[in-house]
Design a protein around this ligand. Sequence first.
Ligand SMILES: *[C@@H]1O[C@H](CO)[C@@H](O)[C@H](O)[C@H]1NC(C)=O
Length: 195
Amino acid sequence: MQFTTVVLGASMALMASAIPMHEHKHAHLHHSRNADNFPIRITNNCGSDKTFGLYQITGAFDMLQVSEGRTIPNGETHTLNAPFTGLGLRLSGNGDWPLGDQWKAQGLAEFGYSAYNGMDGTAYNLSFMQGSDESIGISITPDNSECGPKSCTSPATCSLTDAWTNPDQTANGSPADTVCYHGKTGFNVVWCPSS
Ligand SMILES: *[C@@H]1O[C@H](CO)[C@@H](O)[C@H](O)[C@H]1NC(C)=O
């Protein structure tokens, strides 16, 4: 948890210079169905049912639940709509955990709005905090082919450009963080990818 807080704080401070900080402090779920959303197509390849949920860490480090938990059977795909201008969004494969437990170590696909020099788009990364289940990998593939995919079949074997596994990666220029500066684009996310 400390790791997330420190790294997230640094990266949010960077983003804050470019864009207004959207803080969602109210408690209700944000139902996201309009044009200000981008699709995240989630495929569960983990061998058994998994429950997914989208959460958000605000600038004040509150954990918010953005979508209702959705159970996806093994081998199936479900599309979740995420707010395009949302910051600090994290897709969890442990959407059955209570909100307070979302701070625990787990594999996450993270998304956030980013604007720079007249361009905007979605920043994305994979994050596996120390202690994440080593049998659960994740991949993210943007629809826009100019934005590269990221994949890690296990937190134990992620490359620096594919995922955050350690806060020290800021010293290497945070290579796990990528922004797709092509406006709104969708993403395919696979839990337990085969490669
Ligand atoms: C990953 O990206 C999200 C969304 O932009 C961001 O909030 C988060 O801080 C990034 N993770 C790390 C470890 O920097």
